[in-house]
Design a binder for this molecule. Structure first.
Ligand SMILES: C[S@@+](CC[C@H](N)C(=O)[O-])C[C@H]1O[C@@H](n2cnc3c(N)ncnc32)[C@H](O)[C@@H]1O
Length: 188
């Protein structure tokens, strides 16, 4: 009898937790208007090729999902990587992966629009056009000349201090690589 009551309470607790997380996820989706979709592996590898990350560089993934960019930057490039995620499911996935693999990178449950990104060497993102617009305005205002920005799917059309250096494709999906005007001029 006690076992049945205990099991029923555990099932009720789990169901309630799942329901709460789902409701929070839906509310957050309504706010950020960007669904959680993983960047495919080929696209991810192409973005890392463009980024040319050096050890100890600061790498941010804005809307980091399960943390795949953050952990790859740490594991394969010895970068100081951080990810920001507002949706509970991908955030919990990222934290679980981090715990299981012992990664040192930072995963924040935080709106990246409220984060100072001025020390970034590399910024990765995969967002929707509305979010890209808000982000462009922030990055233009905040970033220094060293930062490289790589965006999957949609361009950061409102950037003024950055130039589109390369646009390539993963199947039919565009990948945009931006550098600050000054960095670009120095390289020429
Ligand atoms: C398309 S997914 C990309 C996930 C990951 N970067 C990848 O490529 O595998 C975009 C993620 O950004 C998150 N996101 C959107 N706006 C955000 C914001 N302002 N702050 C934090 N996370 C945000 C969403 O919750 C979603 O999980």
């Amino acid at each position: 009898m006690y076992i049945i009551i205990a099991l029923s309470l555990i099932i009720l607790a789990i169901t309630t937790a799942i329901a709460i997380i789902t409701i929070i996820s839906l509310l957050i989706f309504g706010y950020v208007k960007v669904p959680y979709v993983k960047t495919p592996e080929k696209g991810l590898n192409k973005m890392f090729e463009l980024a040319k990350i050096k050890p100890n560089e600061k790498v941010y993934d804005l809307g980091c999902g399960n943390g795949q960019f953050v952990f790859k930057a740490e594991k394969d490039f010895q970068a100081k990587a951080s990810g920001f995620e507002l949706s509970p499911y991908p955030y919990l996935l990222a934290k679980t992966r981090q715990f299981l693999k012992g990664y040192k990178s930072k995963i924040y449950f935080k709106n990246f629009l409220n984060q100072d990104l001025s020390d970034a060497d590399v910024i990765f993102c995969f967002l929707m056009p509305g979010a890209c617009k808000k982000l462009s305005l922030k990055l233009d205002h905040e970033l220094t000349s060293k930062t490289r920005i790589i965006s999957y799917g949609f361009g950061l059309l409102n950037l003024k201090n950055f130039v589109l250096v390369e646009k390539c494709y993963n199947k039919n999906t565009p990948i945009y690589y931006y550098e600050n005007n000054q960095l670009s001029i120095t390289r020429e």
